[in-house]
Design a protein around this ligand. Structure first.
Ligand code: S3P
Length: 174
């Protein structure tokens, strides 16, 4: 039996939200985007939360909202890129469902993130070289956390291919 809660983890730009929506359709589960839930609760964009209240406040809210939505069943939850490595979020997700790491190379992430960086407070002000350095360094730092996931998937393909691959992996793991 596939777990009733699937948590997608991985770096910004790895496709957690788009793949998550597709995977939810395949599994006939509900899709929840953790960042969107945080924005609804705070009635502010993620960028405004970072600039007005700081990252510490964002991380506290992130865990609060995670603990709140975790009671849902038959859900695919796309988490923010830092969620799995802050507080004991990873342990909570492992306990309550199946974690899936969407693994992508730094170069792929750079090409996806450079055109859309303005909505992401941690990279919004970075030029190309600085952005590439940030992605390489932060990915290296975060990889050991992401690799704790039960399922690892190459996130370099199309949204539908990645979602289908995860569906197969979930069946094989059940
Ligand atoms: C963050 C990633 C963002 C968002 C916030 C912090 C991070 O989510 O939660 O800006 O620490 O990597 P996405 O991975 O959905 O962009």
């Amino acid at each position: 039996m596939i777990s009733t809660r699937i948590f997608l983890i991985g770096f910004m730009g790895s496709g957690k939200s788009s793949v998550g929506k597709e995977l939810a359709k395949l599994l006939q589960y509900q899709f929840i985007d953790l960042d969107e839930e945080i924005e609804k609760r705070e009635k502010k964009s993620i960028s405004a939360i970072f600039s007005e209240s700081g990252e510490h406040h964002f991380r506290k809210t992130e865990q609060f909202v995670l603990k709140d939505i975790i009671h849902n069943n038959h859900v695919v939850i796309a988490t923010g890129g830092g969620c799995a490595l802050h507080e004991n979020n990873f342990q909570i997700m492992e306990k309550e469902g199946t974690t899936v790491y969407l693994e992508a190379h730094a170069g792929t992430l750079f090409h996806r993130l450079a055109p859309v960086k303005k909505n992401r407070p941690l990279i919004a002000s970075k030029g190309d070289i600085e952005l590439m350095e940030y992605i390489s360094d932060t990915l290296q730092e975060r990889s050991p956390y992401y690799h704790q996931a039960k399922i690892k998937t190459d996130a370099g393909g199309s949204i539908s291919d990645v979602a289908r691959t995860i569906e197969i992996q979930l069946h094989n793991n059940s």
